[in-house]
Ligand binder design. Structure first.
Ligand code: ACM
Length: 271
């Protein structure tokens, strides 16, 4: 059973300052010694795009884009796995995505399924199931911010074998951190939520981000918490294989005790 150090990197992106945002994230990563680093959603662009044209001008492909190249190089330099949110362009489509890089390898890309608020006006929603990624630190389940409010997201990742939820966030509501206690408990997985701080006040809109990055254990314990206003890295030692045991007691198994044939409302209710 091997123990690893996981880190949530809480940053303060300045809108559109890709170089500065990357430099600051790299400084925070280099100042620590973790096996897994999770960075916020849209960590190098900032969050509040004026419109789809502006988003398009700051979006890049997963393959060959400078953001993902940067993340891969940083993961190689620091012998780590890095999960970070970025603005992804794929042809005409624009996604709010998370890249997973492992020791210099561009492993996988997850496209946020559940878009929040006015994101719906400018991003395309991800349309593939939440993936579970085999990495050198264990099986990761990526989520991007508002995915947390749909319990189906983490349930699918847990059923797929994820041990650690890598949650890139730009949270504006105060509920996620407490909800993560229940999400991790009901799925017996670890979660690393990396949130940002600061305010994007532009294009006639204003969002203040709540920080409070958090590492949550498979039994719902909060292992590490950041404050709401400081750029910082929180770390914790975890043993990912503990998430493979889904029994609560000799009679209750969180996955095997489910009754999908009775959950008909999940699939029968028209959207
Ligand atoms: C969010 O999904 N960025 C709240």
């Amino acid at each position: 059973m091997s123990t690893i150090t996981v880190a949530a990197v809480q940053t303060h992106p300045i809108f559109g300052d890709l170089t500065g945002n990357r430099d600051r994230a790299a400084q925070l990563v280099r100042a620590n010694d973790a096996h897994l680093y999770v960075l916020p959603e849209l960590f190098d662009t900032g969050y509040l795009f004026a419109d789809r044209d502006e988003l398009s001008s700051l979006s890049e492909p997963f393959s060959g884009g400078s953001t993902v190249e940067f993340l891969c190089a940083l993961s190689k330099e620091t012998n780590s796995v890095i999960v970070a949110g970025f603005a992804e362009a794929d042809g005409e489509k624009l996604y709010n995505s998370a890249a997973i890089c492992d020791h210099g390898r561009r492993l996988a890309c997850y496209r946020k399924i559940h878009l929040f608020n006015t994101e719906k006006k400018i991003f395309d929603p991800g349309d593939t199931p939440p993936p579970v990624i085999e990495t050198s630190v264990g099986r990761l389940g990526p989520m991007v911010c508002f995915d947390w409010i749909f319990p189906e997201t983490m349930r699918c990742l847990a059923l797929g074998g994820a041990q650690i939820i890598a949650h890139c966030a730009n949270l504006v509501l105060p509920y996620c951190q407490e909800a993560m206690v229940t999400r991790t408990l009901e799925n017996r997985v670890f979660a690393v939520t990396a949130n940002r701080i600061g305010t994007d006040d532009r294009a006639g809109d204003c969002f203040t981000f709540t920080g409070g990055s958090q590492i949550t254990a498979f039994d719902g314990k909060k292992l590490a918490c950041a404050d709401g206003t400081t750029e910082m890295v929180i770390t914790s030692e975890i043993t990912p294989t503990l998430a493979d045991e889904k029994s609560l007691n000799p009679f209750n198994h969180l996955m095997n005790d489910r009754k999908p044939h009775l959950y008909t409302a999940l699939t029968n209710r028209p959207i």
